[in-house]
Design a protein around this ligand. Structure first.
Ligand code: IMP
Ligand code: MG
Length: 179
């Protein structure tokens, strides 16, 4: 991996840890005594899910869904379902764990799908929120950090399947996608 591909570090490893601690504390308080079902969206949210769940102290189950709406650095606007949940979420308090909320098209779609299956409640926890780029009417209930409208990579987030293994969140240098 070429470090020239990264314009700057946006969120350090230490700050990410603190964000997960704070969110975990709040979620544990809010979901005490409930049937918390953490649903993560593959693949970008796996690192966040792994760190966040270890900061949650109330009982919970986890599961994964896979959808895609991105090709390179551009959204296609069409959400495709690639993997569904393993169990029926009826009666569960679902917390969707996402890496980044951008246009909101993906999450608006997922919320609708899960609502139709009788979940007791559906909330969203996103690590990053690009509020400036919102197109669908969807808001996160828990936000790690609001970030500017720049393409970011690392800590699970990719550009063409690369950079997910970086331990921090960085801004991708424009020369990488403007070839
Ligand atoms: P949305 O439907 O536009 O909100 O897109 C959501 C998904 O697009 C996220 O879960 C990411 O997988 C991907 N995405 C959006 N912005 C970025 C980014 O800056 N870097 C990497 N992936 C992104
Ligand atoms: Mg994602």
């Amino acid at each position: 991996m070429c470090m020239n591909d990264i314009e700057r570090v946006l969120i350090s490893k230490e700050e990410l840890k603190q964000i997960c601690r704070d969110l975990g504390k709040q979620i544990s308080k809010d979901y005490e005594g409930k049937k918390l079902y953490l649903v993560s969206v593959l693949k970008g949210a796996i690192v966040f899910m792994g760190d966040l769940m270890r900061e949650i102290t109330c009982d919970c189950q986890i599961d994964f869904m896979a959808v895609s709406s991105y090709s390179g650095a551009k959204t296609t606007g069409v959400v495709q379902f690639r993997k569904d949940l393993d169990i029926n979420p009826e009666g569960c308090d679902i917390l969707i764990v996402e890496d980044i909320l951008d246009s909101g098209i993906t999450l608006a779609y997922l919320k609708e799908v899960l609502k139709g299956r009788g979940a007791a409640s559906i909330k969203i926890c996103t690590l990053l929120d690009k509020t400036a780029n919102r197109k669908a009417d969807v808001q996160a209930d828990y936000v790690g950090k609001v970030i500017p409208d720049e393409f970011v990579i690392g800590y699970g987030l990719d550009y063409d399947e690369k950079y997910r293994n970086l331990p921090f969140v960085g801004v991708l240098a424009p020369h990488v996608y403007k070839k």
